[in-house]
Design a protein around this ligand. Sequence first.
Ligand code: DX5
Ligand code: ZN
Length: 220
Amino acid sequence: MKREIHITPSILNADFDNLEREIAKISSVSDLIHLDVMDNIFVPNFTFDFQSASTIIKGCPIGVDAHLMVADVDEIAPFYAQVGCASVTIHAEAAKNIGQTLRAIRSEGARSGLALKPNTSIADYEEFTDLVDMFLIMTVEPGFGGQKFMRDMMDKVRATRKVIGDRPIWLQVDGGISLETIEIAVEAGADTFVAGSAVFKSDDPAAMVLALRDLAQGAS
Ligand code: DX5
Ligand code: ZN
């Protein structure tokens, strides 16, 4: 069965001083831009506060897929939807009221996403399936780009694909996705791919996005 593939490059490893130019390199070949928001509390790294993230979101020529790695996610997530993100993903481990926050994201007009860190099991969060438009299975510990793809997460990707069943929910993987690993993730059932260093450390980011898409489509 051919699944629709979405490539959502992460700008975490792009040149933050020239973000507009970096995004312009890939916007015509990408489905969404993946924006990693880190607060140095939920993860040991900091990227943007809401103010600077909003500037990026408003100026982005294509939709933004915000990946919120922040402790106060229940409070802040609806604002990311309100400011115009196409998709807002919260971490199951950070949210205190997952159902309410997912509903709030949707009611502000964005797609809702639920992310799971490597040690978090999908079985514990199946009950939220009808409130999500995307599950995100982390294939590294969140916090940094350039880490090694955790192949042992593929059982969780398979389990999540089963939970999704016939629903039109996207299944995203994030961490260590490259030309070497993307097909493994497709075969396990993923259809949406974050790639940070693979794209922005390549000489031709747009060509890399296209190459990743080709491989994923071929394996789907
Ligand atoms: C890690 C972030 C990822 C990161 C991926 O916490 O969520 O989106 O940018 O970077 P690569 O593709 O280099 O693993
Ligand atoms: Zn991410």
